[in-house]
Design a protein around this ligand. Sequence first.
Ligand SMILES: Cc1ncc(C[n+]2csc(CCOP(=O)(O)OP(=O)(O)O)c2C)c(N)n1
Length: 573
Amino acid sequence: MELLSGAEMVVRALKDEGVKYIYGYPGGSLLHVYDALFQQEDVQHILVRHEQAATHMADAYARATGKAGVALVTSGPGATNAVTGIATAFMDSIPMVVITGQVMSHLIGEDAFQETDMLGISRPIVKHNFSVQRPEDIPGIVKKAFHIAESGRPGPVVIDLPKDMTTPTERYPYEYPQHVKMRSYTPITRGHSGQIKKATDLLLTAKRPVIYAGGGVIMGNASNELIELAQLLNFPVTNTLMGLGGYPGTDRQFVGMLGMHGSYEANMAMHHADLILAVGARFDDRVTNGTDKFCPTAKIVHIDIDPASISKTVQADIPIVGPAKVVLEEMVQLVNASQQRPDAAALHAWWQQIDEWRQRHGGRYRTDDSELMKPQQVIEMLSKVTNGDAFVTSDVGQHQMFAAQYYKFNKPNRWINSGGLGTMGFGLPAAMGVKMNFPDDEVVCVTGEGSIQMNIQELSTCNQYDLPVKILCLNNQSLGMVRQWQDMNYESRHSQSYMNSLPDFVKLVESYGHVGIKVEKYADLEGAMREAFALKDRLVFMDVAVDPFEHVYPMQVPRGAMRDMWLSKTERT
Ligand SMILES: Cc1ncc(C[n+]2csc(CCOP(=O)(O)OP(=O)(O)O)c2C)c(N)n1
């Protein structure tokens, strides 16, 4: 058997796991590992400019592919800089393996230089964490880390690696395990047949059904099965922010996103439904609004791979624990085998009602006579110029909601945003992580001038590795989403939400070696965007001035029912 040092084992195990890129930043506790990386070419290391970006790159790779991304950060400040990225992945159930350097084992607990208790810090924001205590355990731990991260309900796994576990002069037999055996961890592989049958019977008697599908459909690779079932039954489908693309955004049966900034028709349909089929969605507070008023007439079927998600905030009438793909497949078979179909007249009336709601609001916004562009117009143009085919990452704020509402995602894994934690600074590194792995696809980061400045240093990484992403900055010169809440709840007292002293973004990106375009008039927008996308090999930053007073609507009234919404600055349901 081959003899390798702990440092070499880390790198070899990643290679044997099929990892091509890892994202990271070196430091004292990882020097042996970095030396091992230097001496091989199979695993390529991407040097970011801040560890947070490394985690977001790994995370976005996972969101686009379903496979765990890998980040490598040093002990102490390197590891704490990665915490936001780990929490971001955790909140959205994203598979990721983060290797954190640690001080020598004998120094742990002594407040050694750059010592941080990463097991303790990361415990509430990881699916699992490991501390390496014997170098010979490294291959098994790496194998388990990937298995845990990617199986069941996915999530981030931290491997804390004391420096003395990687000493180059100490060598041990290396063999990468083929299989994982963990008695205490056996993720479920199929749903309970009796429950699936009961749920399917209920679907076949529904008169006002809605399918509410979340990020679990995307990460569970269940989009095709969702489409098949929805189309077989002619049921309306709404997606959560995390589920967009799980059902085609341009299909007639799609009623838009639901929740706080969901479409009028999606929220109205939810409120009036008699049956809700929730798939890979967790009834979070940004979806349900006041849970005591949530969907008062609906029976709820809830499919989720994580039993802890079921009946956590809203009681399910028929819970089904299992992988979305397998459960939906079984439902499709049962529907196909059944003679029964939902009452056609009732379903027709339901669709008429939904179409009426659609016409009433249908994602409208006002353009006025001024030359100021509306952010919605900019996203609609992006959708047109990229044919709805791009990978779109986003930061957090109004621009994120406009992108979710107005970009029509027809494919899963293409809308990449931080839904659960809402991490400003996610968008650019996420776009980089996707572009690195999908070099022939268009990758656009929709951002705001607030968010982009949280990881703008990564423009340097983009230069080093030739990552020609496009950045679309909806520049409203303010922390728009904060300002909107201040308008709506604090009589427009705009406490600390104006962004003064903004850089000249065009000059800034030029200084990093990229191209900047400023757009101030709608008449110039399409030309500018087409020019940006024509520059295939260049990173282009589009600094687009948009109406600073625009709000995102609909917006649910706090603690109300799904149907309680503001539809504009002056209209309420
Ligand atoms: C790291 C972080 N800090 C603070 C917030 C709170 N927050 C949410 S949206 C927002 C404003 C974002 O401003 P900008 O990026 O300019 O986007 P806009 O809303 O103007 O489109 C803030 C401060 C956050 N989500 N993340």
